[in-house]
Design a binder for this molecule. Structure first.
Ligand SMILES: C[S@@+](CC[C@H](N)C(=O)[O-])C[C@H]1O[C@@H](n2cnc3c(N)ncnc32)[C@H](O)[C@@H]1O
Length: 255
């Protein structure tokens, strides 16, 4: 068994808290989807080296009837099924010892963004509930104080892909996951701007040359060019971000 397998607890029994690192706990009807892509590349290496650990619980293991039902029809009628509060509550009770905020991935939630990723990376971990069907019974969301988090204004068939994307955004911010801390500082959203355009070899490609300033070796000019480009691309593509950036700049200058 390799370390990564050891760090996962596929069954419903909550195992001992793993050594150190950021502790992700995922409640799902599809535990086999985890760690999925997070078992590869940078996140996979970090998982194997204990920078973060993962515990998955199969919500179905907490069903109480012989059919192992986790859902039922909605009161008031309508299509689809709703996840039962008693079953989800029992799964949450089983991870009471796991650290961090309790999140429920939901299109109704507050939109996930880089600031939230940073805040979650500063926590000791997080517990994530992945919905399926039409979602969770409202009462368990209220009773457990679950914070609803959305990945965007679209509807996925389940919370698992959203959980993987959210965890990826957090894991890459954990100390020791990315090589150069400087790389992070220049990424999209770090200063409220989208990233400037990137270029690499070859210098001339299909008749298109790399902007001269980038090969000038003049660091101050490169920096100024990148800032201008980042501002331009943000203004053109994301008026919402641009307005916020301008406001914070004005405030910083006391205007
Ligand atoms: C088919 S969706 C349910 C959609 C729900 N009936 C609605 O209209 O808002 C099933 C599950 O996928 C997850 N999901 C779907 N879209 C999502 C999004 N944009 N962000 C986060 N989770 C999402 C949630 O966990 C949700 O409970």
């Amino acid at each position: 068994m390799d370390e990564r397998e050891e760090q996962q607890t596929p069954a419903s029994q909550p195992g001992p808290v793993q050594r150190g690192g950021w502790q992700a706990t995922v409640l799902t009807l599809f535990p086999e989807m985890f760690p999925g892509p997070l078992g590869l590349s940078l996140a996979g290496k970090a998982l194997n080296s204990g920078v973060w650990s993962l515990k998955t619980l199969d919500i179905r293991d907490f069903a109480r009837d012989k059919h192992r039902s986790v859902d039922d029809t909605p009161f008031g009628g309508g299509t689809g099924m709703v996840m039962r509060p008693d079953v989800v509550d029992a799964a949450l009770a089983a991870v009471a010892d796991r650290p961090g905020p309790r999140l429920y991935l939901s299109p109704r939630g507050r939109r996930f963004d880089q600031a939230r990723a940073k805040a979650l990376a500063a926590e000791p971990g997080t517990v994530i509930v992945c919905g399926r069907y039409e979602g969770l019974d409202e009462r368990v969301i209220a009773a457990r104080g679950l914070e609803e988090v959305s990945l965007g204004d679209f509807v996925l068939s389940g919370g698992e892909p959203a959980a993987l994307a959210m965890m990826d955004a957090v894991i890459r911010l954990l100390p020791g996951v990315m090589g150069a801390a400087d790389g992070l500082a220049e990424e999209s959203f770090e200063e409220g701007l989208l990233e400037y355009p990137l270029y690499t070899q070859p210098r001339d490609w299909n008749g298109m040359a790399v902007p001269e300033v980038l090969t000038s070796g003049h660091h101050a000019n490169v920096k100024a060019w990148r800032r201008r480009e980042a501002e331009t691309v943000t203004r053109e593509r994301r008026p919402d971000l641009w307005a916020r950036y301008r406001k914070s700049k004005d405030e910083a200058q006391g205007r």
